[in-house]
Unconditional design. Structure first.
Length: 225
């Protein structure tokens, strides 16, 4: 049931849509000449995908109207994700959220390429479609921004805890957690500080220093002193 829900939400990220796959990206990745992909319409052709997943080459600017309802669809996704955050156990929700963000990031990249490069590379590009391509990217970007605001901090810390096999935090624990302050002197030269400091260092400070300097954890998770 959870996998089905995830699959449906991921489909709604990119259905309906207008997009293209730049051939040069495939060629750079493979090191091969792939002009034949243009002939079959796989690359350098603007494609229209409707709400049930059917694909066809774009033929008219009017088809850009498909994009208009994307905001409502992605807002509906946000609502469903909020419900899942309250109904799933935290490990299942973290798995779901990571998969969703992975698909969202991939689609966001495609919408960015489409709005920036289709006008130069797509064989069936029509100037009137540009505003729809930009709207599509903006709606997708706004959706990710909203999700990051709601779940980004929890997801970062939950992924970190999972890496170190620590119990995943609740949303309330993240909301009420007091940031760790790292003294500037320790941050500037942690090894020398730990070797020469006569007094025993604060455990939270050492843990934060190790996470940042040894395990390359995002320093934004902590407040700098």
């Amino acid at each position: 049931m959870e996998n089905q829900t995830l699959e449906n939400l991921i489909k709604r990220i990119s259905q309906p849509a207008i997009f293209f796959y730049p051939r040069n990206v495939f060629e750079e990745a493979s090191g091969m000449d792939l002009k034949a992909l243009d002939v079959i319409g796989m690359t350098n052709t603007l494609l229209v995908r409707n709400s049930i997943g059917n694909l066809k080459p774009m033929e008219s600017v009017v088809e850009g109207m498909l994009i208009i309802n994307n905001k409502e669809l992605l807002d509906s996704n946000t609502f469903e994700i909020l419900k899942m955050s309250n109904s799933l156990d935290k490990e299942s929700f973290l798995y779901f959220l990571n998969k969703y963000f992975q698909s969202l990031d991939t689609w966001l990249r495609i919408t960015e390429l489409t709005q920036n490069d289709a006008k130069h590379q797509a064989s069936n590009y029509l100037s009137g479609i540009q505003s729809y391509l930009e709207l599509q990217h903006k709606i997708t970007l706004n959706h990710k921004t909203d999700l990051v605001k709601r779940f980004g901090k929890w997801r970062r810390i939950a992924n970190l805890n999972k890496t170190f096999n620590v119990k995943l935090p609740s949303f309330e624990e993240i909301k009420n957690r007091k940031p760790i302050t790292i003294p500037k002197s320790l941050k500037e030269n942690p090894v020398k500080r730990l070797m020469t400091e006569k007094s025993k260092p604060n455990v939270d400070t050492v843990d934060a220093d190790l996470l940042i300097n040894v395990f390359n954890v995002d320093e934004e998770l902590f407040n700098n002193g």
